[in-house]
Design a protein around this ligand. Structure first.
Ligand SMILES: [Zn+2]
Length: 220
């Protein structure tokens, strides 16, 4: 039995290493997963038209994730193998220019996302406020194991001031060479707040930077 077919977006459903050709078609998604995500969202009171109204598609968790270095807070984090390789090389390359990039957050499950939103609701924030800064469970790029929240010394975590840092300037210039893109620029169509710290590895564009990944990171 096949599940409902859900259209892919460029930045979400390619977490399982699908080719570009496959990406423009559709994926079959387990009804169990879609049902679970619908239940999480219903429990939070997320409107049923949330995804459609923001042009969001489900972000699936890949079958395999690997451990990264400990994050800035000493916590274990996980990414896809490809995303970790790209992240590690990008970080090394930045370090050669005396730019320090550190990991603040990587993979998060839909259940974790639910708990995150639930805590904010319980603390008195409105769902509308929360959904400007956090995607609803099932729709966060962090579910794909390809998104990283990036920090740098001298700047608080996850604040807009990150855009003033040399690290952000370096990322603007070089992240794409490693396959990372800024997911939520100002006035993004998903209605998310501007997140200069959130970068997502785009597997489908691997042709553009595969050469970079196959040789040791070095400053060009
Ligand atoms: Zn993020």
């Amino acid at each position: 039995m096949s599940g409902p077919e859900i259209a892919c977006s460029d930045h979400c459903l390619n977490a399982s290493g699908l080719s570009t050709a496959q990406l423009v078609t559709t994926l079959s998604i387990s009804p169990d997963i879609t049902e679970h995500i619908a239940q999480l969202n219903a429990a939070l009171g997320v409107p049923s038209n949330y995804a459609a109204s923001r042009g969001l598609t489900l972000c699936l968790t890949p079958e395999a994730l690997v451990d990264t270095e400990a994050d800035y807070y000493g916590r274990p984090q996980r990414l896809t193998a490809q995303a970790l390789r790209a992240w590690s090389q990008m970080k090394s390359c930045a370090a050669e220019s005396e730019i320090t990039l550190h990991l603040i957050s990587a993979y998060r499950s839909p259940d974790y996302q639910y708990e995150l939103l639930k805590r904010k609701l319980d603390a008195g924030q409105s769902l509308e406020q929360i959904l400007q800064v956090n995607a609803a469970p099932g729709y966060s790029e962090h579910h794909t194991g390809r998104a990283v929240d990036v920090g740098t010394p001298g700047c608080a975590a996850l604040v807009e001031e990150f855009e003033q840092t040399p690290a952000f300037a370096w990322l603007r210039e070089h992240a794409r060479e490693f396959g990372f893109a800024l997911s939520y620029p100002r006035d993004n169509p998903a209605g998310m707040a501007y997140e200069p710290w959130h970068w997502c590895f785009q597997e489908q564009s691997s042709g553009a930077f595969a050469k970079n990944l196959d040789k040791p990171a070095r400053k060009e």
